[in-house]
Design a protein around this ligand. Structure first.
Ligand code: NAD
Length: 340
């Protein structure tokens, strides 16, 4: 819904306050790896910001938090320009919203008369932090965090301490230049052990695996990163000169051949009903997986269709993240906190 009415002062004040809060919370989350509020609280504020902007588009400034990928580059690291933009993901918080999103993407593909080519690559949303790995002729030349999507932080030395990130790709015929995007995370079991060790050493435990992974990867001293149980799964691709693949799933097969680990939890699905079953399955089994997840990512598999759908300034129009309803804090973690 849109209105031409001039927003009341109350709305303007609320909008200003929300913008300020979202900025402050993002800074604490991305730059200090130390969130001030829960993800559910943050998502609610962000939603309200989007709602006000939809009702009062004249309030939207170019630097509104809804127009940019959240994250800055800390002065502690050298800045790295990504060859291709890194995006965030559009969130939906209910199956009704997901159905609307799928309907819109399908209609857009139908207009181009290519609905037969439409399949949905569905995968779990890993609760970690994004990395961008640049390989030239099969050699890792740079690893960076996402940052603001244009510029990330150089964490190459730290990335090289992670066993899942190969210095040299296996096989032959690698592209002259390829950016591979993945998620660095701490597996659930290793996270519990790490927190027990922290407590034994008289240190404060981490609030959750995502913060532990982000704090561990964004260290000045790679020797510290090396001591942390970091893993990585790849889930995307940026610049891709000479890459012989026409879809996301074909790319995953190629990346596996090169020795880059892809998630064991993904499937290419033909119908919306199958997507719903996938969501239900991982909703039931979310705590049986190797790592924490905060939702399911659904992507249009075909690269030509991805290009046709394009992106906004913040998110691709060919992918969406379905977020599961928030849960209570893990009891195991609570036990540890009580013991501190
Ligand atoms: P996001 O984390 O919701 O989604 C984008 C990211 O998902 C990508 O950059 C990628 O790294 C990751 N991802 C994980 N699995 C993936 C997969 N299979 N395929 C593709 N991408 C995958 O986006 P965001 O903009 O970085 O952050 C928003 C999230 O961060 C929200 O969940 C929000 O709650 C949380 N956040 C919390 C606070 C807080 O204060 N608690 C502050 C800022 C953001």
């Amino acid at each position: 819904p849109q209105t031409d009415e001039i927003p009341a002062q109350g709305i303007r004040d609320e909008y200003e306050q929300l913008t300020e809060d979202v900025r402050r919370y993002r800074y604490a989350y991305y730059n200090e790896d130390s969130p001030l509020v829960s993800d559910a609280e943050f998502d609610q504020l962000y939603r309200r910001l989007e709602e006000i902007e939809a009702l009062h588009p004249e309030l939207v400034a170019n630097d509104s938090p809804t127009q940019e990928v959240g994250g800055e580059v800390s002065a502690a690291f050298a800045p790295v320009e990504h060859l291709q933009r890194m995006y965030s993901l559009e969130d939906v918080f209910s199956l009704e919203e997901l159905q609307v999103w799928i309907g819109r993407a399908t209609a857009s593909v139908e207009k181009q008369g290519r609905v037969d080519e439409l399949t949905w690559l569905s995968e779990v949303k890993i609760d970690g932090l994004a990395v961008n790995l640049l390989y030239r002729n099969g050699e890792l030349v740079r690893a960076a965090t996402r940052g603001d999507g244009h510029t990330g932080e150089d964490i190459t030395h730290n990335a090289l301490t992670i066993k899942d990130i190969p210095r040299t790709l296996k096989g032959s015929g690698h592209p002259a230049e390829v950016e591979i995007r993945g998620e660095v995370f701490i597996p659930s079991k290793a996270f519990l052990e790490l927190n027990e060790q922290m407590v034994e050493a008289g240190k404060a435990p981490f609030a959750n695996p995502r913060n532990a992974a982000a704090g561990s990867l964004r260290q000045k001293d790679p020797a510290l990163t090396a001591q942390r149980p970091l893993s990585m799964f790849v889930h995307g691709i940026g610049a891709r000169e000479g890459l012989a693949a026409s879809s996301q799933s074909e790319t995953y097969a190629l990346l596996q051949e090169w020795g880059l680990p892809t998630s064991p939890y993904f499937k290419v699905l033909d119908s919306y009903d199958d997507v719903l079953k996938f969501i239900e399955h991982f909703g039931d089994h979310r705590h049986d997986l190797l790592h924490e997840i905060d939702g399911i990512v659904i992507k249009v598999d075909d690269f030509a269709l991805q290009r046709a759908l394009g992106h906004t300034s913040r998110v691709p129009r060919w992918a969406v993240a379905y977020k599961y309803p928030p849960e209570e804090v893990h009891t195991k973690l609570l036990d540890i906190q009580v013991n501190v």
